[in-house]
Design a protein around this ligand. Structure first.
Ligand code: ATP
Length: 609
């Protein structure tokens, strides 16, 4: 059972969750009060209308007395105006509440996401987060605003009609009231069935969407493995299941309304028979009989409405639980109250208290694991003076990225400490560190927009001249100038209009602009031609100059000038020194270098054939 399905199974009403959502809605107290006022007014007016008609029938048509015609017309106009006012008012206020609730839920989710550490995004599927931020928030906002309106309107109207009917003629009122329990039972039965059907359909739908997604995302792999037929069959069987579940729910929906209508017509029939008898012995006026028939039709409509809304609330509960869960997710990595007091938090940093950084880094007896009992780093120690360039090499899984993750405080050591300029990094805020740290990713992410904007993400207040200067320093100016519109050329979604090497240069220029004291460079694994390699090498040298830097190296040729090379194996340093020193040792580094050198020579030989 996956993340998504597990949470659909909660059938009980979760009052705690709804309380939190309702509290969000009440942030907008004025709109809520206005909304309630308009809805109550509308419910009352619905109960008054049949009374007006009753008066007209009894006084004007039956009694032929027209003395009150003018005030009657004036009263009717006032009622119509009030109708108009209340309909306008509740549509406006409910719409406003819907938009604002959606906004607040998304804002709160977004704020939580900003505070959450990297490990959260490691564990939580991106699609799950996106669904909370979009469809769930939207559904909740919708049901909360319009659902509450319908619920309240239905209840008010039913109460008002019930009271009026008993005041007018209790014997006829009893006939209508007698049908109420039957209608409620039928409504609950059908609504539960419909809800179950749709819930099942939604569950299957999320599987279908997932399978859809996987097929397209992995289109290349699917084709290369020639498994289109299997994927197609799986997709067809899931969509068939979806169709069956949906049709069942639609069938129940289709039966529900006619049954309710039939019962209401039977009730109207009873009222007609009983009412006519009473009319014949003058125990009832024609106007009152008319009013009762009108009330009988109006009375049952809200029952269907209320049943529908309650079912929708039940359906929306899964969304509510997930949104609240996201908003309330506590970060495993937080600054202590003392640190927040001094440095501020991510949204209100106290820059005035932030000390500058030198760039000395020390790992002190650091032990770390991602999963209990699977130690990745064991008592790891390392002291790096400011301005040193450190290269991390080692086989896959040796712990290079883990060291970087810890240094970036995406994770924290289980024991031991990491010191920056001689002070534990926990004594400063996470935001302080992230502002001082540059991280150039292996596959840099570019945002939709032009080159200028993308480089400027390094420092948002940089001028155009500073952006161009950074690009020149890194050697990116040449290819940018050759683009259609130079620095104003669009890079496409995720930078898909430019090559990987060019994306890297842009991300290097970003880092130059940000000018961090500590820089992490996760070197790209993809092989590039020797001309681009030269450009990237030059860019790397420029970028690292004068900074404390950590390079996760995949191609050893790029790190020959590093001050310090660490060779890692199973989370431990097995060798350390400069390129020259390590080669002369003829140990692990020498073996790695030899292997890679031979591979490169082989590649070149193959390409030259
Ligand atoms: N998020 C994670 N959850 C659980 N285990 C992890 C996680 N990330 C890494 N590991 C494990 O930690 C160990 C060290 O991984 P790490 O990513 O640091 O290696 P690496 O040297 O950077 O490898 P590569 O060169 O392939 O990137 C590996 O055994 C890996 O399986």
């Amino acid at each position: 059972m996956n993340y998504e399905e597990k949470e659909f199974d909660n059938q009980k009403v979760n009052l705690q969750t709804w309380k939190k959502i309702i509290k969000t809605v009440f942030t907008n107290r004025k709109s809520v009060i206005l909304l309630f006022t308009f809805v109550i007014l509308l419910g009352m007016l619905e109960a008054i209308t049949p009374l007006l008609n009753r008066y007209a029938i009894d006084v004007f048509f039956e009694g032929k007395d027209y003395s009150t015609l003018t005030p009657y017309i004036i009263f009717n106009v006032i009622v119509s105006l009030l109708f108009g006012l209340s309909v306008w008012g509740f549509i406006y206020q409910a719409g406003k509440i819907e938009v604002e609730t959606n906004y607040i839920l998304r804002k709160q989710s977004f704020e939580t996401l900003q505070r959450l550490p990297f490990s959260y995004f490691d564990k939580t599927p991106q699609g799950w987060i996106m669904a909370r931020m979009t469809s769930d928030s939207r559904r909740l906002a919708n049901i909360i605003s319009w659902g509450l309106v319908d619920l309240l309107w239905g209840l008010i109207m039913m109460i008002a009609i019930l009271v009026t009917m008993f005041v007018l003629e209790w014997r006829l009122a009893l006939i209508i009231t007698a049908a109420l329990p039957l209608m409620i039972v039928i409504s609950i039965y059908f609504r539960t069935k419909i809800l179950k059907g749709y819930r099942k359909a939604r569950k299957i739908n999320s599987l279908v969407t997932g399978s859809f997604n996987e097929s397209f995302m992995g289109a290349k792999t699917t084709k290369s493995l020639a498994i289109e037929e299997e994927n197609y069959q799986e997709f067809i069987s899931k969509t068939q299941e979806l169709k069956q579940a949906s049709v069942k729910a639609i069938l129940f929906s289709a039966i529900f309304s006619p049954i309710m209508l039939m019962i209401s017509y039977v009730v109207i029939g009873f009222i007609m028979v009983r009412g006519t008898n009473m009319l014949l012995v003058s125990a009832l006026t024609l106007g009152t009989l008319y009013a009762f028939i009108d009330y009988a039709t109006r009375f049952f409509e809200p029952i269907m409405q209320i049943a529908r809304i309650l079912a929708q609330f039940q359906q929306a509960q899964a969304s509510a639980e997930r949104v609240v869960q996201l908003i309330e997710t506590k970060s495993e990595l937080v600054d202590s109250p003392e640190v927040i007091e001094q440095y501020g938090d991510i949204f209100t940093p106290k820059y005035e208290n932030w000390e500058p950084i030198q760039g000395d880094v020390e790992f002190k007896n650091v032990t770390f694991n991602y999963v209990d009992n699977e130690t990745v780093l064991d008592n790891f120690s390392l002291k790096i003076p400011s301005g040193t360039s450190v290269a991390l090499v080692g086989q896959t899984g040796s712990g290079k990225t883990t060291i970087i993750n810890l240094l970036s405080r995406f994770y924290e050591p289980i024991s031991g400490d990491i010191l920056i300029d001689g002070k534990s990094y926990k004594e400063r805020s996470i935001h302080w560190l992230h502002k001082r740290l540059g991280y150039v990713l292996q596959t840099p992410h570019l945002f939709s927009g032009n080159v200028m904007e993308n480089i400027r993400y390094g420092r948002l207040d940089a001028t155009d001249e500073e952006v161009i200067e950074a690009a020149k320093a890194i050697g990116a100016d040449e290819f940018i100038s050759k683009m259609d519109q130079g620095y104003y050329s669009e890079v496409g979604e995720g930078g898909n209009k430019i090559s990987i090497g060019q994306k890297q240069l842009i991300s290097f220029a970003r880092a130059v602009l940000a000018d961090p004291r500590i820089l992490i460079l996760d070197e790209a694994t993809s092989s590039i031609d020797s001309e681009s390699e030269k450009i990237i090498q030059h860019a790397t040298d420029t970028l690292l100059k004068g900074r404390t830097s950590f390079i996760v190296a995949h191609r050893l040729s790029t790190i020959v000038h590093s001050d310090l090379i660490l060779v890692l194996k199973e989370g431990k340093i097995v060798e350390l020194g400069s390129h020259k020193e390590l080669l002369s040792k003829k140990g692990a580094y020498f073996d790695l270098y030899k292997k890679q050198f031979l591979n490169e020579q082989m590649d070149k030989a193959v390409h030259s054939i």
